[in-house]
Design a protein around this ligand. Structure first.
Ligand SMILES: Nc1nc2c(ncn2[C@@H]2O[C@H](COP(=O)(O)OP(=O)(O)OP(=O)(O)O)[C@@H](O)[C@H]2O)c(=O)[nH]1
Ligand SMILES: [Mg+2]
Length: 176
């Protein structure tokens, strides 16, 4: 299955991809791993080939982001909980972009750097849930690559969403 990470600069997308790739968190100079992380994940006793695409500003400029949207089974729309602008941009930029390229593509709103969620001026959970509901995100999940919080939950949730999606589409095709 294919997932793509999108969101503002410095919200922590590459740190998440790097953690999955290397099992490590890099505080400074997050290495640009590759644009794609490949992992085999066991989900409900099934072996799943999981491809995570890390987008960057380059993708935005060279238009490859539209190809990645098309390829993705689930889009991970990321913001950093300590960065309200990145949260506002999920509404003004990233979610509209999905709706533009792939209107029915399932997406998850992902609050990265959740270790900072109790800091002053961080994005509150209620606000995030309201946005997720309003724009029909599948769900909202907090994650922290720094403290390895909810990373497995994020992976298993995306797999579940993709499997439900496939089943739904198979049923719809059967009914035609
Ligand atoms: N506290 C905290 N810091 C984090 C976390 N994840 C990433 N960071 C830090 O946030 C900064 C930016 O992380 P990146 O992973 O490079 O962010 P990015 O979204 O890939 O940024 P671009 O590639 O510029 O779009 C780095 O200094 C990371 O160490 C986290 O879970 N908690
Ligand atoms: Mg990056």
């Amino acid at each position: 299955m294919n997932c793509i990470l999108v969101g503002d600069r410095t919200v922590g997308k590459s740190s998440l991809a790097t953690l999955l790739q290397t099992g490590r968190f890099y505080q400074e100079n997050v290495p640009t791993v590759h644009d794609i992380v490949r992992k085999t994940i066991i989900h409900n006793s099934q072996s799943i080939k999981y491809y995570l695409w890390d987008s960057s500003n380059n993708n935005v400029y060279d238009n490859s982001i539209s190809i990645l949207y098309r390829k993705a089974d689930v889009v991970l729309v990321c913001y950093a909980v300590d960065n309200i602008i990145s949260f506002n941009n999920t509404v003004s930029k990233w979610i509209p972009e999905i709706k533009q390229f792939m209107p029915s593509k399932p997406f998850i709103l992902v609050g990265l750097k959740s270790d900072l969620r109790f800091e002053k001026d961080s994005v509150c959970e209620q606000e995030a849930k309201t946005v997720a509901d309003k724009f029909n995100a599948q769900t909202h999940i907090y994650c922290s690559s720094l403290i390895n919080n909810n990373i497995n939950l994020l992976l298993s949730t995306t797999i579940q969403i993709q499997q439900n999606w496939q089943m739904l589409h198979a049923e719809n095709t059967d009914q035609k």
